[in-house]
Write a protein that binds this ligand. Structure first.
Ligand code: FAD
Ligand code: NAP
Ligand code: SF4
Length: 674
């Protein structure tokens, strides 16, 4: 069969071993690295190995306790532990896969009191002050890296990835901002990069020639005092000479205030930096960040930006990404929408990672969609994410499924979400479900408002009728200038220049984001505009690749309000909330809280501040984004009736703290059981 992605599926010969294709599954912490979950890890990696990825990299393992990212994080320090890893590596090899282990020393990013760093300088993202390493301490860290790599080989891994980017220990030695030493490990750049080079060189000596060493190198630090381009190139050449097999691109330190992987970052936003590096070294280079479709990956390779493409989260979203692409079935890929909601946000909340669009990710041993024992006739009402996931999993298992929706298209509220600038990836989720409906044979009945009387003769009925906007009962809210988020987003009612948004939750923020854009605003999907807005420079022109940000001023004067006094948007995603807050702030949106709504009138919104008097905010339009309540009328009527089993999922079940992650998870889990 002719393959649409010839570059992607060209094998890569590393001399001592060959990789089947140019696809790397990049390192991700899953929360399973603590040493007690080898069975779960084996299932997770095996599924992806069967899915045809060329090379996988594990989440980071610390080489010693000081290097832990957080207390009791995964580490590899003994032969006993290496034996347990063999359960994973043997299983992966039996599936024909290749797996490298990432060695990650957290340095001053460590979230524990035993943190160490080149200098005693606290990071902005950990409360712990690192201890400055003595010269002996530096040697001990190098020895720990080497021992860890030797153990990884003993454990059966095909290689290691030495984590030298994202602002972790090795990276901290490289820049003066975090390395103020004046011994042989600090001062000149040659001294500052010695730590990295010694690790690579001594690792190569210890593991032999026939073992993959990937060095993850920060090609653009995205912090003001980051590495210059000259230094990046010098390091890359040094790493190559020291024995690295492959150089992988790291983009931005964790403390950088520029988004690097969120959904609002345009696809393949940083491959141009890898392209620059590729001209300077002879070893294969890997590029990464926001590459989530085979089309984009192929283009990156065809443009000569890199020799391999690393995609991490796309393999949570779909373990069969590679094989579907190889078989020209890319329209069946469940695309990672870069939301971070179930992967990185989970990591930062110490929960096992999974995926918003694929709740099986990292749960392969407990959530499985086995063929049904007995074929049932099932009605699913509501084709939002809850109903879509339930219907397609059920039909995939062999049930006969009728999926109803009152609307003329599938997707429910995701049809509003996809209109928010920077959230366009939701289109892919809807494309995926549309294709699944066709593939699994779900009978789709759109434009059908379901009444209880229509649901007779089914073995099971699933009610996924979603939510309605909450009525905040503010005096004057019936005034014509008051709109709901549905008026603005679904019906695109024109909105005036002075706007008050009532409610600063996820939807209030999204409505504000929608309204700071106008037809003349820079296109959020256009890479050069995005780089300019966020102040990303060519690292050859500015150290660290950072220049002043350049947000366009909002065409509207917007005030986002909440009654509570905490930080607006406090419940937004842990790893993305700051991006939304920063975008609105830079665009001039005012955010205020600690108030009571007194009245909406022709002159605007009158509020009283907690104990500090009142104020009227003039507004051409007031937009209600005051949360949501479940749509349960159908369920209430059905549950009074004898006969079929009725189930309630998604927002119709519980509207509070609802999101698409919970809706899809609940729909899939119910469908796995019936
Ligand atoms: P819904 O999506 O509300 O779907 C319910 C469906 O049922 C609708 O299509 C409706 O037409 C249909 N229906 C109702 N009654 C009947 C009936 N009687 N007969 C037939 N059909 C009926 N979540 C995230 O996780 N991440 C985000 O970034 C995100 N962004 C968002 C941005 C916006 C602007 C909005 C509005 C929401 C966003 N959400 C986001 C929330 C997410 O969309 C919802 O949590 C999710 O859609 C709820 O899924 P659901 O299937 O329960 O309900
Ligand atoms: P939400 O996040 O719960 O926010 C509701 C907002 O309304 C809050 O700011 C709340 O603040 C205010 N509010 C609540 N009751 C009110 C009342 N009676 N009168 C006036 N204001 C009231 O809900 P949402 O914005 O509707 O979002 C729905 C769900 O979609 C969320 O749970 C969210 O997870 C999901 N979503 C997620 C994203 C994302 O990016 N991840 C984006 C959009 C939506 P006060 O009570 O302080 O006034
Ligand atoms: Fe991608 Fe979101 Fe899934 Fe994470 S949770 S893998 S970002 S789709």
């Amino acid at each position: 069969m002719h393959n649409n992605y010839p570059k992607l599926f060209t094998p890569l010969d590393l001399g001592f071993t060959q990789l089947d294709n140019r696809i790397v599954m990049g390192s991700m912490h899953t929360g399973l690295e603590d040493g007690n979950h080898h069975k779960e890890l084996a299932a997770y990696f095996c599924e992806r190995a069967r899915g045809g990825v060329g090379l996988m990299v594990t989440g980071g393992y610390a080489p010693n306790i000081a290097g832990w990212v957080k207390p009791f994080a995964g580490m590899l320090v003994s032969s006993r532990a290496a034996k347990k890893h063999k359960r994973v590596t043997d299983a992966v090899h039996a599936e024909g896969g290749k797996l490298a282990m990432q060695i990650l020393h957290a340095g001053r990013y460590a979230y524990h009191p035993l943190a160490v760093g080149p200098s005693k300088i606290k990071s902005p993202i950990s409360p712990f002050m690192p201890r400055e390493l003595s010269a002996r301490g530096v040697e001990k860290q190098i020895a720990a890296f080497v021992r860890c790599a030797v153990l990884a080989r003993e454990a059966g891994y095909d290689g290691v990835e030495i984590m030298g980017s994202e602002g972790y220990l090795i990276n901290e030695f490289l820049v003066e901002h975090t390395n103020q030493r004046n011994d042989e490990w600090g001062g000149s750049y040659a001294n500052r990069m010695r730590f990295a080079l010694e690790i690579v060189q001594r690792t190569r000596e210890a593991v032999g020639e026939d073992f993959i060493i990937i060095y993850r190198l920060s090609v653009i630090d995205l912090i003001p005092q980051g590495s210059s381009w000259e230094e990046v190139v010098q390091l890359a050449k040094g790493v190559e000479a020291a024995g690295a097999t492959i150089i992988n691109s790291g983009i931005g330190w964790h403390e950088a205030r520029i988004p690097t992987i969120a959904t609002s970052v345009p696809r393949a936003a940083f491959t141009w930096v890898t392209h620059k590096l590729k001209q300077e070294v002879s070893v294969p280079v890997i590029t990464s960040n926001r590459i989530n479709t085979p089309e984009v990956a192929e283009k990156v390779l065809a443009d000569g930006d890199a020799d391999m493409v690393s995609m991490a989260r796309p393999f949570l979203a779909d373990p069969e990404f590679a094989i579907k692409a190889k078989q020209n079935r890319s329209d069946e890929i469940n695309t990672c929408i870069a939301c971070n909601q179930a992967c990185l946000d989970h990591t930062f909340s110490s929960k096992t990672s999974t995926c918003l669009v694929n709740p099986r990710a990292c749960h392969e041993t407990e959530l499985n969609y086995h063929p049904a024992n007995k074929k049932k006739s099932i009605a699913v009402v509501g084709a939002g994410p809850a109903g879509l996931s339930a219907a397609t999993v059920l039909a995939g298992r062999g049930h006969q499924v009728d999926l109803y929706d009152a609307a003329s298209e599938i997707g429910g509220q995701l049809n509003m979400a996809k209109k928010i600038p920077g959230k366009e990836e939701f289109h892919e989720t809807l494309r995926y479900y549309q294709r699944q409906i066709e593939l699994t044979g779900v009978s789709l009945r759109l434009n059908t408002l379901v009444e209880p009387s229509m649901l007779t003769g089914y073995d099971e009925v699933i009610v996924a009728t979603g939510v309605s906007p909450r009525n905040p009962k503010i005096p004057g809210q019936d005034h014509t200038q008051v709109l709901s988020y549905i008026d603005v987003l679904r019906y695109e009612v024109p909105v005036g220049e002075r706007v008050v948004i009532i409610g600063a939750g996820g939807i209030g923020f999204d409505v504000a984001e929608f309204l700071i854009h106008s037809e003349s605003s820079p296109d959020t999907l256009d890479l050069s505009s995005w780089l300019s807005v966020w102040g990303v420079a060519d690292p050859e022109d500015a150290r660290g690749g950072v220049m002043p940000m350049n947000f366009p001023k909002s065409p509207r004067e917007i005030t986002l309000m909440q009654r509570s006094s905490g930080k607006p948007g406090a419940k937004l995603g842990k790893t993305t909330g700051w991006i939304h807050r920063s975008t609105l702030k830079q665009s001039g949106v005012a955010m205020i809280g600690g108030l009571t709504y007194d009245e909406i009138s022709g002159s605007g919104v009158k509020v009283t501040f907690d104990g500090q008097g009142d104020e009227t905010f003039p507004a051409d339009h007031v937009i209600l984004c005051a949360g949501q309540v479940p749509n349960r009328e159908l369920y209430d009527a059905l549950s009074k009736r004898e006969g079929s089993q009725v189930h309630l999922i998604g927002g119709a079940h519980e509207a509070s703290e609802l999101d698409a992650k919970r809706a899809i998870n609940q729909g899939s889990r119910l469908a796995a059981r019936l």
